[in-house]
Design a binder for this molecule. Structure first.
Ligand SMILES: Nc1ncnc2c1ncn2[C@@H]1O[C@H](COP(=O)(O)OP(=O)(O)OP(=O)(O)O)[C@@H](O)[C@H]1O
Ligand SMILES: [Mg+2]
Length: 320
């Protein structure tokens, strides 16, 4: 668990953090989003003591961070730096292995762990001997993600970890990250500029502006109440539609189809497609429904009305 209590940080006249109160529960993913310069990175960096506070206190797993030994704090926090920050003179392997080596893991354990992480982020093992300058921006970012996850910390601080990855790979990594998050239940504070990334990954979204958190809500809850003018403008009029990126077939009420009794053509989507893709497919089909075949070969019909019903539930916080 991470708790910030009345945290403030100034740089001269600039108030980077303005009396921030924030708790991230165990196993929760809170996504910070807001315009450039609003204080997102400063907030993350204050948690791992890269920034000294002017006021307030921060607790990690119940203990004030200033009381931790540096090594004990590092063991609990995985940090993915904005702009990657790999060590240029070290190989990919050595970059990822830094914290496990500091924690004196034995070599086979480190090798096994790095193997798993390379698979997870889709990096070929042949890259382990490369130096950072031999990687593309997106590959370097993935190495940065591996490094943050390396020692299996309970808390992850991730500062725009997928920012430089191309859209297709980005989506793959986002989905992979969401999957491990569901399985491993890390406590995550994640910074992004991308609202759809926030919608996909967040349990709660924190909207920051000028050093303050203006809104802290579930993705669906963000629309309710029409908070303040900045939040309203920031999330945009199309926000409810963007929410469809978060959900899949399992969130929808579907009609089961008996063997080949339907004349509706089979769509190319599958049960892992997002409800955003499903809506697009329905709109393109020119009808009110499409049929999807699941992995187990069973077929279901999804109607336009089922999508509207899903959105209604999300906006009423009946589904998170
Ligand atoms: N070391 C520093 N010295 C002086 N000012 C700083 C320093 N670090 C950050 N700032 C200022 O504090 C404010 C918040 O910066 P921060 O890096 O937290 O923003 P951010 O929300 O992460 O922005 P971005 O989305 O561009 O990464 C900015 O106005 C920035 O110029
Ligand atoms: Mg930043």
């Amino acid at each position: 668990m991470i708790q910030l209590k009345q945290v403030s940080k100034r740089y001269g006249d600039i108030v980077a953090l303005d009396q921030i109160d924030l708790s991230v529960q165990d196993g929760e993913c809170v996504v910070l989003i807001g315009p450039s310069g609003c204080g997102k990175s400063t907030l993350l960096r204050s948690i791992n003591r890269l920034v000294d506070l002017d006021e307030g206190e921060i607790l990690v797993n119940g203990q004030n961070i200033s009381n931790y030994k540096a090594e004990d704090l590092r063991r609990q926090l995985g940090y993915c730096i904005q702009g990657v920050g790999l060590f240029p003179h070290l190989s990919v392997y050595d970059n990822i292995a830094i914290v496990p080596q500091l924690l004196k893991w034995d070599k086979t354990r480190i090798i096994d762990r790095i193997d798993t992480l390379m698979d997870l982020t889709g990096l070929p093992k042949t890259y382990l001997t490369k130096k950072p300058h031999e990687l593309s921006g997106g590959e370097a970012q993935r190495v940065g993600v591996c490094r943050a996850l390396a020692a299996d910390p309970s808390i992850l601080l991730m500062d725009e970890p997928f920012g430089a990855v191309d859209p297709m790979t980005r989506e793959q990594i986002q989905l992979a990250f969401r999957k491990i998050q569901h399985e491993l239940k890390k406590t995550v504070l994640f910074v992004t500029h991308d609202m759809e990334e926030a919608i996909l990954l967040a349990d709660r979204i924190a909207i920051m502006h000028k050093g303050k958190i203006l809104s802290l809500q579930t993705p669906g809850g963000l629309v309710k109440g029409k908070q303040d003018a900045f939040v309203n403008e920031f999330i945009g009029a199309d926000y409810p539609l963007r929410l469809l990126k978060r959900y899949t077939l399992s969130d929808l009420e579907v009609i089961k189809v008996d063997q080949d009794s339907s004349k509706i053509p089979l769509s190319s989507l599958n049960e892992f497609s997002t409800t955003k893709e499903i809506l697009s497919e329905i709109l393109q089909s020119g009808s009110q429904e499409i049929m999807i075949q699941k992995q187990d070969k069973s077929k279901v019909i999804i109607t336009y009305d089922a999508l509207i019903e899903l959105l209604r539930k999300v906006l009423n916080n009946e589904i998170v």
